[in-house]
Write a protein that binds this ligand. Structure first.
Ligand code: IFM
Length: 465
């Protein structure tokens, strides 16, 4: 695919993304079992204002209206995740037909509206039974149990779904869930975290092997990895090497094993015995186990060499002059194009999808519920422009998914962080397309960034990084 920068190819896959626990609600409906996130949210003090996924955006009941909204937004694709405990309430064993049929109907409804489904198999909501009975991802059998679950979905939806994402942001699962304990299952055990990461990688490899052996292997399968571009704080060789190590913290840990069959050398040197070894069979299954690289890009950092600061000896240099989102993330569209080049060199031959990109801003709705979210338009426009530039320079980017279709439950932070193209009233679940949604639909219909009128007052943000 190529472009002249502001003009995108007709086949470019424009979409928006969500995740089951963040939007579905209906946590006790239709035979669904509890997930580790239900347990976590029910524990006092774990989420802001004690907010839970019980209702979320009520997408489980409103999915037909939501697909109609997607059609009005001109989306070509919708990335959603399957709730594992909705399909297998105990994580394994008996299939909950009612739960499975929800995804069956959702896929049919999307296809009838001309929208391509991209299905994520694991977006953090592990069945609670697997955590309680086996200790979750720390257990060496989890990868095979995950592959069995994946197989259920390949067999049910594989005739109609051609884009599969195995794991969403395993780096976050490990860091927030097992090092800092701020996400479910709320464990703080760095030693265990390496084993969990290892099993997540093995789970991806086993699921991909099943997909490739399945009669429905007519599409593409890959991970969605969160990666940032690390800019060195100075031209000194020490800072340049530190910046490379910072990017490798994500890619060397999760991307490299899925392409080369092992962790990056620099991680083996720095983490030593803490990084488990892959068996020869694991390495065989892992090597070239991505059909595409799914990139979740939110921000980049300036990094300096910091002797003694953890095994990687890296430190983020704050950039207070750059605008930040309400997540306190810097707005850095300038990191995206170099990162796309870096990925296309390191994982040569793989197409890239931007599986998530977006921003939370302090949206204010008017009396009708409409949000004139000019900062989000500016954010999206600058990032889409960076994608167009990378395409024009020869990087094989095939699609772009805004995070998120609608405001939803931002995990521990509850409903306070609004990422949506569509406002979802957290009291009534009423949907209203925001100015950014209208802007995005116009971009999709023309495929030209230069044709979409600039949003009033939308300043170009954070372009220096
Ligand atoms: O909401 C999350 C999503 O679940 C995973 N990627 C980042 C988003 C914003 O924090």
């Amino acid at each position: 695919m190529s472009t002249n920068g502001d003009v995108f190819p007709p086949a470019f896959l424009w979409g928006a993304a969500t995740a089951a626990f963040q939007v579905e609600g209906a946590t006790a409906d239709g035979g669904r079992g509890p997930s580790i996130w239900d347990v976590f949210c029910a524990t006092p003090g774990k989420t802001a204002r004690g907010e839970t996924g019980e209702i979320a955006c009520d997408h489980y009941h409103r999915f037909r209206d939501d697909v109609e909204l997607m059609r009005r937004l001109n989306l070509r694709a919708y990335r959603f995740s399957v709730s594992w405990p909705r399909v297998l309430p105990q994580g394994r064993g008996d299939i909950n037909k009612q739960g499975l049929s929800f995804y069956d109907r959702l896929v049919d409804c999307l296809l009838a509206a001309g929208i391509e489904p991209m299905v994520t198999l694991y977006h953090w909501d592990l069945p609670a039974a697997l955590q309680m009975e086996l200790g979750g991802w720390a257990h060496p059998d989890l990868p095979l149990i995950f592959a069995d679950y994946a197989d259920v979905l390949f067999n049910t939806l594989g005739d109609r779904v051609h884009h599969w994402v195995t794991l969403n942001e395993p780096w976050v699962v490990v860091n927030a869930g097992y090092i800092h304990g701020t996400h479910a299952p709320g464990v703080k055990d760095a030693g265990l975290a390496y084993r969990v990461a290892h099993n997540l990688l093995r789970a991806h490899a086993h699921a991909v092997a099943r997909y490739r052996a399945s009669p429905h292997n007519r599409g593409a399968i890959g991970p969605a990895l969160n990666v940032l571009q690390a800019f060195p704080a100075s031209e000194s060789p020490a800072d340049v090497a530190a910046a490379e190590r910072a990017t490798l913290e994500f890619c060397g840990w999760f991307g490299d094993p899925l392409y080369y069959g092992d962790y990056a050398d620099v991680l083996r040197e720095r983490f030593g015995a803490a990084l488990p070894e892959f068996t020869a069979e694991d390495a065989r299954l892992l090597t070239r186990s991505m059909d595409f690289f799914g990139l979740n890009y939110y921000f980049s950092h300036v990094i300096r060499h910091a002797p003694g600061a953890g095994p990687l000896e890296i430190e983020v240099v704050p950039q207070p002059q750059i605008p930040h989102t309400t997540m306190s993330w810097p707005v850095t569209p300038g990191g995206l194009c170099p990162l796309l080049h870096w990925l296309s060199r390191r994982y040569a031959g793989l197409p890239i999808y931007i599986t998530e990109n977006g921003a939370a801003f302090p949206d204010q709705a008017d009396a009708s519920g409409f949000v004139n979210d000019q900062p989000r338009i500016a954010y999206l426009r600058d990032h889409v422009r960076a994608v167009g530039q990378a395409l024009a320079e020869g990087v094989d980017v095939r699609g772009y998914f805004v995070w998120s279709l609608m405001d939803n439950l931002e995990w521990t932070l509850g409903f306070s962080q609004r990422f949506g193209l569509v406002r979802c009233d957290s009291e009534t679940s009423q949907r209203t397309i925001k100015a950014s949604g209208h802007w995005y639909s116009e971009l999709i219909s023309t495929g030209r960034l230069d044709d979409v009128p600039n949003a009033d007052g939308a300043e170009r943000m954070g372009v220096s990084l």
